[in-house]
Structure formats: C-alpha cells, structure tokens
Write a new protein. Structure first.
Length: 132
C-alpha cells in the first residue's frame, strides 16, 4: 500500500512470472508516459547497467539507478535524482516491470523523498511507438 500526505492511497498488484526471469537486457530501452498528477510527459532511457537518464516536458531531468530485488515479481529498488524543476530532490522507491501482459511492457514507478513529496509514473516501452 502507498499513500500521500493528502490522504490518497492505492495498492500495487504484482503478477508472479513463472516462465521468465528478468534480465538487465529487458530493461534497456526508452520508456515514456505521463507523470501522474501534473500532466507532464516523462521519457527515461534505461541502459544495460540499469542506469536511468531522462527528462520531462516541464524541464525536470532524471538520473538514477535500479537494483533488482525480487526476481519472482520483477521488482526493483530505485534511487532517483530529479533536477531543474520544482520537484528537484533525491527520491527512493520501487519500480515494477510488467511484461507479456498483452499490452506490451510497462513500468510502474513510485518514489518519495522521505518527507512529503511523492512521484508516480506509468511508463511504456518503445514498442508502443510503432504499435498500430
């Protein structure tokens, strides 16, 4: 369960993967989607070493590092630094990779700064750019 200072809350639903183990290569891609709550488009590039670089349409830049923590559920710890905008700061949290869902691959991201700020994203992989 996650929550915000405004009393909003939600739950992550993680689907167990029986036939496939995550690999660094699966994460290496360009991911993009909306930043929940502020109508900005976020673009991240994740490389084979699980390093993140990216930006959003409001001028925020993102750098970060992922660490695989649960191979059964494709769950990663995430350390994220945001710069150049009003939500600039250092954040930590969780990223869940959904693969083979029938909708393509996507990432659910939820991080907070340990104080009162939280960021959430749902990012899709580059295959969505060419989907018909």
């Amino acid at each position: 369960r996650w929550g915000t200072e405004w009393g909003d809350y939600g739950y992550f639903s993680l689907a167990k993967r029986w036939l496939q183990e995550p690999s660094r290569g699966q994460m290496a891609d360009t991911w993009h989607g909306p930043s929940l709550g502020d109508n900005q488009t976020v673009t991240w590039v994740i490389d084979a070493d699980l390093l993140i670089k990216g930006q959003n349409t409001a001028g925020c830049s993102y750098t970060g590092q992922l660490r695989l923590t649960d191979t059964r559920y494709f769950v990663y710890e995430l350390d994220l630094t945001v710069a150049g905008c009003e939500v600039a700061g250092t954040y930590s949290g969780v990223l869940h990779q959904e693969t083979g869902s029938g909708w393509g691959d996507f990432l659910s991201v939820s991080v907070d700064d340990g104080e009162q700020r939280a960021l959430s994203f749902v990012l899709v992989d580059s295959s969505w750019d060419t989907a018909e």
